[in-house]
Write a protein that binds this ligand. Structure first.
Ligand SMILES: *[C@@H]1O[C@H](CO)[C@@H](O)[C@H](O)[C@H]1NC(C)=O
Ligand SMILES: *[C@@H]1O[C@H](CO)[C@@H](O)[C@H](O)[C@H]1NC(C)=O
Ligand SMILES: *[C@@H]1O[C@H](CO)[C@@H](O)[C@H](O)[C@H]1NC(C)=O
Ligand SMILES: [Zn+2]
Length: 425
């Protein structure tokens, strides 16, 4: 009966091993929420793009006094949900509609910056920050500003610099319209500056100036050729603040493979957009569809090139399970389930963006000897419908000040004569 004993004990051994194995697997699977939570608590998310400010304008005319941002439920973003989602810093988009190009885009952008600043001032959960260090040391949710649409600077490098002074830290070169100096990926939506290709000479100067002052270049919404041109000339790493992969959903708004490879070379970052129409080219999608974009970029450009730019409140369709900003941990669980390493996930959440931001800052600091650019866009590259004609303005004001001088001296003369007459009287 020795052999029976042996088989039994072997079976027992095997079942024991099997048991341990199953335990290990189920243990690991059950632990996914916990592992995701642990990772996000120690590495809170820096998200590249949120359009809450657009909704504040659209629904509330920027009247913050009328709403409570902690619990507001007409938007996909509120402060409670940001906390649940382990968001540590958020780029709030100061977005301006293309239809305001060459009209009041500058004012509208100022108003969006104003509402973002007031929001971050009003709530103790938020803190306005403008540097990589600021993000790292805040104990609150860091508020950052991204300008969405190059039409916001109205082709003025002076305006670009002043937006930086107000705290804007990236600028998306185009929205869905060409600017006088850069080409959009949505070439059929608006009639502005048709025929613009890639970057003009002035566009190249915008890139140089952004590199010089430390404004991150955002290539989301730009045409692939604009992206290629910028990647060829930018001294600093660039980002896509909210874009997805062309190979998985072939629309022009997404990033083609050669540009993904250039991003890797540039040390830049793709912050992946969650919008169903961008990730699945359909109205519906699930977390797995989205995770495919992460896997794809990781394989082609490496885990150091990936971040998150959910685009909440900027678009309507989101994957099942990712309906609002409290749901980011479910994506992290899915990446863990697919075998992503902790360090890779910390990169996606936070470290990759911080690396890019620090590099942009250090390239700025290496160019402190460069003077601000005084280049102006050639007048014939602009549409002048709503601009003051400065050519005439300069002549007119010269004439006006001439008249003033004459009238002042005539006035002085008469006063002098009168006082003389009075004194000698
Ligand atoms: C949204 O908030 C309002 C009050 O702020 C509340 O009355 C309403 O029930 C909420 N709706 C949902 C779906 O939670
Ligand atoms: C992009 O640039 C290349 C090279 O200049 C050109 O051949 C191509 O037509 C451009 N693509 C588009 C869509 O304009
Ligand atoms: C997600 O969607 C894809 C494509 O529609 C489908 O093949 C897959 O089964 C879905 N996965 C889950 C977990 O629902
Ligand atoms: Zn956008």
């Amino acid at each position: 009966m020795e052999w029976i004993k042996q088989v039994l004990s072997q079976n027992a051994l095997w079942s024991l091993l099997l048991c341990i194995f199953i335990q290990f697997i189920s243990c690991n699977t059950d632990d996914l929420p916990q592992r995701a939570r642990n990772l996000m608590e120690s590495s809170p998310l820096i998200d590249g793009h949120n359009d809450l400010a657009l909704q504040l304008r659209r629904i509330y005319k920027n009247r913050l006094s009328k709403i409570n941002l902690r619990t507001i439920n007409t938007t996909r973003t509120n402060l409670q949900k940001l906390k649940t989602g382990h968001v540590g810093a958020q780029f709030w988009s100061a977005y301006v509609m293309c239809s305001a190009q060459d009209k009041d885009a500058v004012r509208l952008a100022l108003e969006q910056i104003d509402v973002i600043k007031r929001m971050c001032e009003d709530y103790e959960e938020l803190e306005f920050v403008t540097s990589s260090l600021g993000i790292e040391i805040t104990k609150k949710i860091g508020c950052l500003i991204g300008l969405e649409g190059g039409h916001i600077i109205d082709s003025s490098l002076a305006a670009l610099r002043m937006f930086y002074e107000l705290g804007a830290r990236y600028m998306t070169l185009t929205h869905t319209c060409n600017t006088p100096w850069a080409e959009t990926s949505s070439d059929d939506l608006h009639k502005f500056y048709q025929g613009r290709k890639s970057l003009t000479d002035f566009g190249t100067e915008v890139i140089r100036e952004m590199n010089r002052i430390g404004m991150i270049i955002d290539l989301s919404h730009t045409s692939s050729n604009t992206s290629r041109e910028v990647l060829a000339i930018s001294k600093a790493p660039v980002i896509f603040s909210h874009s997805a992969v062309f190979a998985l959903c072939g629309i022009k708004r997404n990033i083609p493979d050669d540009v993904l490879l250039s991003i890797k070379k540039n040390g830049g970052l793709v912050m992946v957009n969650f919008h169903t129409e961008f990730i699945a080219c359909r109205k519906t999608a699930n977390i797995s569809t989205l995770a495919d974009h992460f896997d794809y970029i990781k394989k082609l450009a490496g885990p150091g090139s990936i971040g998150i730019g959910g685009d909440y409140d900027g678009v309507t369709g989101f994957p099942e399970g990712l309906e609002d900003v409290s749901k980011y941990p479910l994506l992290i669980q899915e990446l863990l389930r697919r075998g992503w390493q902790d360090e890779e996930i910390r990169g996606v959440l936070r470290d990759n963006f911080l690396r890019v931001f620090r590099d942009v800052e250090s390239i700025r600091d290496q160019q402190l000897n460069l003077r601000p650019s005084e280049k102006e866009i050639p007048e014939d590259e602009l549409s002048y419908t709503c601009r003051l004609d400065l050519q005439n303005f300069q002549q007119r004001s010269a004439k006006a000040s001439g008249i003033q001088e004459i009238s002042i001296s005539a006035f002085t003369l008469i006063t002098y004569m009168l006082s003389c007459i009075f004194i000698f009287w």
